[in-house]
Write a protein that binds this ligand. Structure first.
Ligand code: GCU
Length: 403
């Protein structure tokens, strides 16, 4: 079944309008991409387009960035793992913007592959380990254990269900995580705080460095650290993210080819959902409720979702041929599950062109029936969340590529 046909069928169901999806495999000058060398050029055109119109420009690796390992315990989690905590000083200054990495490495595996992901509520929320440092960065007062926009001890372990360390370590993977707010606090302040403060030249322009791009950039800086750590296999790193952090994981994977696999758990609009499929969150909502997430040029596309000159299948195509997994939840209409499936489907030709098996599904699979080859997809029952069911599928997918 063709993607156009599926779009028509789904649009009929949701009452959306339809415009052709912009082509991925055609160069700006109209030439079809027929060689890998041309694809590499097309890749640059797509990166340019998406940076300009949506995500903004990101700086590279800061020249003076420094790492400080401030904690190491080889007997963490009842002896199962080694815990490390590292501060990344983005501009090398102790009083400058900084993020703390929390790392658990299974003790029974030498140099394991790594699952790298930003967390919503602080490193201390990911597990109950009392030795985990509590961030001093800004946090939302609605989040567990937060007082006056700062985390407290009461937040410890409040996010463990989304980070099943037993499963991750049990499959032989290390976990590297950091709090999103260490990189950029998640509120609209005109792009002043977090790492934005270091890059005034990337502000006050239509393609400004915005928050999703900053979080993605933070994942690349974590990757810089991973490359220096002899206890981690930097050649096998998975970028994982849920929801807004899934949007960031996808953009990180699109930009940074060191990230070997990307997993998007319900990333929705601005993540894995196709804007052309009018359902769930749209550009107007993204740009008004979360005006700091994307660049200011993106605002001119409000109400033009179904006729955008770019779309998220381009982001997934930029990850090709590296494995990517896109997951949805049945009750998560805001993230538009069919729109997430359609994005995977629309990137499939690029994956096949690059010699992989792409996404082995003609139509959207039913709930609870994961499909995967180089692209994976599932929709599970339930609400917007990260569950053990989700992790089971991701770990099986990662095993199939890394083992
Ligand atoms: C909101 C937002 C989504 C986002 C989600 C999240 O629901 O509309 O775009 O993905 O928050 O990050 O949890």
């Amino acid at each position: 079944m063709s993607i156009t046909f599926m779009m028509d069928a789904l649009h009929a169901q949701t009452g959306g309008t339809n415009c052709a999806l912009p082509a991925v495999m055609v160069m700006n000058n109209g030439t079809a991409v027929t060689s890998v060398a041309q694809w590499r050029e097309r890749r640059q055109e797509l990166l340019h387009l998406l940076r300009l119109q949506m995500y903004g420009q990101s700086p590279g690796r800061p020249e003076n960035m420094a790492f400080k390992v401030f904690d190491e315990d080889k007997h963490a989690l009842n002896g199962k793992a080694t815990r490390k905590q590292i501060t990344v000083f983005f501009n090398g200054q102790a009083d400058g913007p900084q993020m703390d990495l929390l790392i658990y490495i299974p003790n029974n595996i030498k140099r394991p592959p790594v699952i790298l992901g930003l967390n919503f509520y602080g490193n201390h929320a990911v597990c109950t380990d009392k030795a985990v440092k509590i961030t001093t960065s800004w946090m939302d007062n609605n989040d567990a254990g937060v007082v006056n926009n700062r985390a407290t001890d009461a937040g410890r372990g409040t996010d463990t269900s989304r980070w099943p360390l037993d499963m991750i370590l049990g499959h032989g993977y290390a976990l590297v995580t950091a709090y999103r707010g260490d990189i950029d606090p998640d509120y609209d302040d005109g792009f002043k705080n977090g790492v934005h403060a270091l890059y005034p030249e990337l502000q006050n322009r239509g393609d400004n460095f915005a928050t999703i791009a900053a979080w993605a950039w933070g994942l690349s800086r974590a990757m810089d650290y991973i490359e220096t750590d002899k206890d981690l296999d930097a050649k096998h790193v998975v970028a994982f993210g849920w929801s807004r952090l899934g949007k960031a994981a996808l953009w990180a994977g699109a930009n940074d080819e060191r990230l070997g696999i990307v997993i998007s758990n319900e990333s929705g609009a601005g993540g894995a959902k196709l804007f052309h499929h009018i359902n769930g969150e749209n550009i107007r909502r993204l740009c008004t409720v979360f005006p700091h997430w994307f660049n200011t040029n993106f605002r001119k596309y409000m109400d033009k979702d179904s006729c955008l000159p770019f779309d998220q299948h381009m982001v997934i195509s930029l990850i090709a041929p590296r494995p990517v997994y896109i997951a949805s939840a049945a009750d998560d209409n805001n993230a538009d599950p069919p729109g997430e499936f359609l994005t995977a489907k629309a990137a499939d030709p690029v994956y096949r062109f690059l010699g992989t098996k792409g996404l082995p599904a003609e139509i959207m699979p039913p709930i609870g029936h994961p499909v995967y080859a180089q692209i994976g997809y599932h929709i599970r029952t339930g609400k917007h969340d990260v569950t053990r069911y989700d992790w089971q599928q991701y770990l099986t997918f990662i095993d199939s590529h890394f083992k």
